[in-house]
Design a protein around this ligand. Sequence first.
Ligand code: ADP
Ligand code: ZN
Ligand code: ZN
Length: 733
Amino acid sequence: MQPTILNIAIDVPLNRTFDYLSGGFVAQVGSRVIVSFAGRNLVGVVLQVKHTSDCPVEKLKPVSHVFDDIVFDTPTFKLLKFCADYYHYPLGQALISALPLRLRQLKPAVSRKQFAYFLLPNANKNLIPKRKITLERMFDALQASQILASSDAVLISINWRKAMNELKQLGLVGEKEVLSVKASMPSAAVEPALNTEQQHAISQVLALTHTFKPWLLHGITGSGKTEVYIKILQHILQDAQSQILVLVPEINLTPQLEARFRSRLSQYPLVTLHSNLSENERLQNWLAASTGAAKIVIGTRLSVFTPMPHLKLIVVDEEHDGSYKQQDGQRYHARDVAMVRAKQLNIPIILGSATPSLETWNNATTASSTNKSQYGLLTLKQRAVQNAQLPSIFCIDIAKSPTENGLSPLLIKALRERLNRGEQSLLFLNRRGYAPVLHCNACQWVSSCTRCAAKLVVHLSQKRLKCHHCGLEQRIPLQCPSCGNADIKPIGQATQRLEQTLQTLLPNARIARVDRDSMRSKDALTDMLAQVHAGEVDILVGTQMLAKGHDFPNLTLVGVLDTDSALYSPDFRAAEKLFAQLMQVAGRAGRADKAGEVLIQTAFPQHVLFDALRSQDYVSFANAQLQERTAMQFPPSSFFALLRAEAAEFRVVNQFLTAAGNRARQLNSDVMIYDVIRPQMERLKSMERGQLLLQANTRLALQRLLKIWMPEIRALPMASKVRWSLDIDPLEF
Ligand code: ADP
Ligand code: ZN
Ligand code: ZN
């Protein structure tokens, strides 16, 4: 009898798969197995069950174990294989890294118990220590609902588990076991009557639900895009089996989105997949999705690979967001992968944004009557809430109204007005720390990182200098390390300094800072947002953490500080990114019935970007940018791949990239090979870096070259002397 042979993918950086004997175990395609590889036990996934092998059968080893979980179904395999091919990443690594950590371990996937929580008799709210807002809110929710499942508790706070444990310790709360995923608690959520634009968008999508159809839902912040998603979901989920995948950039920054989905689609089991979950929660949620038990999956980029046997629609919210692109390992773009997935499954996909990426805008506006993949464009022009006006956007010319400690007199005046009226303001400064650099006025010394081509940022409260790229830290020196001068000063503005300046300037204002330093603890952001909503904050100072998705009805002023460097950046996408970011922060102002105002401090008030922003005219901005890109032959008019390499010495990097470039040129294709250059960040973590750019007119031409070139790169003698990686459709240079 012929032996059963399993073709298996394992997590090793080799561009091939491996044959093992089944060893008497029963395995299927998609089974998770343990194999011994180079003396180690590794988890693998069965790709094929067969009876022949290219290796002599007597040389094959048997698998050590076969688990009874099937981790990938055929469509997910197909997607992962496509990606491994397209991104030229080893299939085994691509497959294994798409699994939750628990399934990458040499253990069976045990289902964990789920609990629900309730207030103990006579539980007294006064036992909660002062200022524990999350605990109080959790208490109120428990009181209102008798019993609270974890899927409901997460509505109150992402970090509900910690809060619940504290309440248990205080003797206020009990828990009991419940059956797996359940629907959220029913709620009395109001359903707004849809406006005409929303109705139109919804009916267009619902007219074509059983075929591949990409849609771009383009609507300014607050125009009711989320409402459109919800209505479409409600409709598609009427078919009892249907599942829907909703991709979001960063779930921890937008707890409101999850809460809205839960309350409006409360009858459907919903799970989330993101890095803020414990590994067990992640596994449970992944299993719920892959068994079909979860009808709605809201997740960040990695969840695009989650098996969902009855997937009927994909929504990619904020499709332009750069965090959809994975920046190491397999450098996939989750929006692009989602597009491929929708096409493979023959289902619709909705990309939503106020400021679509130029790639998407190009796809949605270039007409092609024959192309089945032609994007449909759905536009929402108005803010959805009655009377909610678009904010007025103005530039403050800092040549005429010079800043002192980062703030111009005009902006300070506007802040004072808001304070007097009891309204809230937000100051956007996308740089954390106290000041970007420490400087000696005598010898011009500046604090630099010894490991990176970057400055050390001043963190005054901790009296430390920190590199935001490699983590290097040192004490703030008392005198200049170069000349001994004692008069060394922090130069420039960052959020902590701005907070301090404001405190001196407006001593009565209640000021809060939101950045990665102040929001270190998991609950901090949720608590802070609650304080803002409760009216306990007058001025918010923050980085881009604040730009996303939060809705502050009483916020009427947004001040933007120090974004000029992006106007003249060497990155050809800098303008696109800045426009999107400023539209997003501007969207925080005047969400309810109060008019909002956005003041941008700049030395270049005449810049075309600000023109477009003032008139909030994404369309003409995007079209002008697209024209420029076409003229320069930049994406989306062409397609890029970037070969990156790093080593202790640049000489070695250069040798490798030059050899690789020369090989590519010899392969004589229609792909343009540029010279080796150094990236903006020349050195990172003591590694010297270089890169080689490839450009082609079509994806196909690029892929054709990569297919023959990649094996040659791997075989280059220099390849083992550098760390290298290939980035297809790179976002950063
Ligand atoms: P977006 O996702 O485009 O930012 P949302 O869907 O969050 O917009 O809508 C913004 C606000 O307007 C929300 O508070 C939402 O409840 C409300 N809203 C949405 N559609 C309507 C409507 N048709 N009538 C009244 N309010 C609406
Ligand atoms: Zn000096
Ligand atoms: Zn560094």
